[in-house]
Design a protein around this ligand. Structure first.
Ligand code: GLV
Length: 314
């Protein structure tokens, strides 16, 4: 009985090595193998395609290689009762927070303007933007959003968070953070975000959330930082708002199509900073440990620790 690693497009070798380091006797296969169907108890996967899950009748659990599970839950033939798990490595959350801090400071400290000036060898100083014009609005309240919030607060930038329901923010109980919730709270968050940071999970409720109508509610000159999923953003709506100058820029780490096609307009747009989904990555050993823990618990008839609420989608 064993684990099948389907980590494509990430290489499977580091996941296999991490699993074998922790459980040397457990067979581990990859997409290059053809394991006996009855032997597969766990799929450790980033995405699934139709037809894969039904191949393994003894499957106990599907574990995500990443924090987001949208590409697993999207598959139409996932049996209703099959547990799906994900793990948010605290180090992954911290590196995403670093990415967001870097992009946020790029925006609020006007670095794009100074880069343009440098290209013209132009020495011209502009006033530092007051904090009141550097308001950061975070969409999401999960582990990643919490790590970002903990990184932003010490910078002295006004911070607000939005989520469907109010969730606790560990470590920020005494911080001056504005909270908005529900449909009714979203316009207020958008209207007060000079830098809007998206960390939401991709679900049917959040797909296409960042469309023309919502992006237009951001203050003039705002930036968008997307570390959630590409499908949250209607990319062509963003283009209109960048071209009209309503939005000053967008820092995008995730895209509706990944890899982003070479001829996509986002690569070349002067107001877009595009990176290839590198904001943060879970450590292989953390993913492997969570996967083995899920297997043990499922074998013992217990619920896995990092169980995804399949109705909520995260
Ligand atoms: C990255 O996007 C992840 O879901 O871990």
């Amino acid at each position: 009985m064993a684990i099948l690693v389907l980590s494509h497009p990430l290489p499977s070798a580091p996941f296999v090595a991490a699993l074998q380091a922790l459980a040397p006797d457990l067979p581990v296969w990859t997409e290059a193998d053809t394991p006996p169907p009855d032997a597969v108890e766990v799929l450790l996967a980033w995405r699934l395609t139709a037809g894969v899950v039904p191949r393994y009748p003894k499957l106990r659990v599907v574990c995500s290689t990443g924090a987001g599970v949208d590409k697993l839950l999207a598959v139409p033939d996932l049996p209703a009762g099959l547990p799906v798990t994900r793990v948010v490595d605290p180090q992954q959350a911290r590196t995403i927070a670093q990415y967001v801090v870097a992009q946020t400071l790029h925006a609020t400290r006007d670095f794009a303007r100074y880069e343009a000036q440098q290209a013209r060898a132009e020495w011209r100083r502009h006033p530092v933007r007051p904090a009141a014009q550097c308001r950061v609005g975070l969409l999401g309240q999960g582990e990643v959003a919490q790590a970002i919030a903990r990184a932003i607060v010490p910078l002295g930038l006004p911070l607000a968070l939005w989520g469907r329901h109010l969730r606790p923010l560990p470590g920020l109980e005494h911080a001056d953070v504005t909270r908005y919730t529900g449909e009714a709270g979203l316009p207020a968050l958008l209207a007060s975000s000079d830098v809007l940071v998206n960390t939401l999970p991709l679900t049917e409720a959040t797909r296409g959330l960042l469309d023309r109508a919502r992006l237009a509610q951001l203050p003039a000159g705002a930036w968008l930082v997307n570390v959630g999923r590409g499908e949250h953003l209607v990319e062509d709506d963003l283009r209109g708002l960048l071209d009209s100058g309503h939005l000053a820029g967008a820092a995008l780490d995730v895209f509706a199509r990944e890899p982003l096609p070479r001829d996509h307009w986002l690569w070349g747009h002067p107001s877009v900073r595009a990176t290839p989904h590198i904001a943060g990555e879970a450590r292989f050993e953390v993913v492997a440990a969570a996967c083995l823990d899920a297997l043990q618990r499922c074998r013992a008839g217990q619920a896995p620790q990092w169980l995804v609420n399949r109705n909520a989608g995260y």
